[in-house]
Ligand binder design. Structure first.
Ligand code: 5GP
Ligand code: ZN
Length: 138
């Protein structure tokens, strides 16, 4: 047994309610079900979080996300889906094996409230920050 709970789920050493599996990923229901159908999609290979994953492994994970999200939406009659991945404790990560949360939404009746505090835009600060953060395409 690994000391990583999601590696144990992938290895079927502990049970999970699995929806989808292929060579690279597993999708199973989150035990807490924040909304009905709350699903976790994980790579079979252990990575601490997305920040540790290179392009090929993350492509294998993300390529299936729209398919699984559409399936959840259709099967559950959801009106929308939120996607979330917490990276590191300060961002709320509690299980340190990469996982994508898919949260089906049911209009205003699902009890989940996600909101951003909006601020007035400071365009010169935005331009300066974009310059600092600019990335060259490979
Ligand atoms: P995080 O806070 O790291 O983004 O999310 C971890 C998630 O894993 C939580 O939503 C929690 O409910 C879920 N979780 C923790 N342990 C288990 C488990 O043993 N089985 C399942 N299915 N989900 C788990
Ligand atoms: Zn793991």
């Amino acid at each position: 047994m690994s000391d990583c709970i999601f590696c144990n789920i992938v290895a079927r050493e502990i049970p999970s309610s699995t929806l989808y599996e292929d060579e690279h990923i597993l999708a199973f229901l989150d035990i807490t079900q924040v909304t009905k159908g709350h699903t976790l999609v994980v790579p079979k290979q252990h990575f601490r979080n997305l920040l540790e994953m290179e392009e090929q492994a993350s492509a294998a994970l993300f390529s299936k996300i729209p398919v699984i999200a559409k399936h959840l939406k259709e099967q559950l009659g959801a009106s929308g889906i939120n996607l979330l991945s917490n990276m590191e404790a300060s961002a709320g990560q509690t299980v340190f094996h990469t996982h994508i949360h898919l949260l089906p939404r049911f209009d205003d009746q699902d009890g989940l409230h996600i909101s951003f505090d909006t601020k007035e835009p400071d365009f010169s600060a935005l331009a300066q920050l974009a310059e600092q953060l600019h990335m060259e395409a490979p």
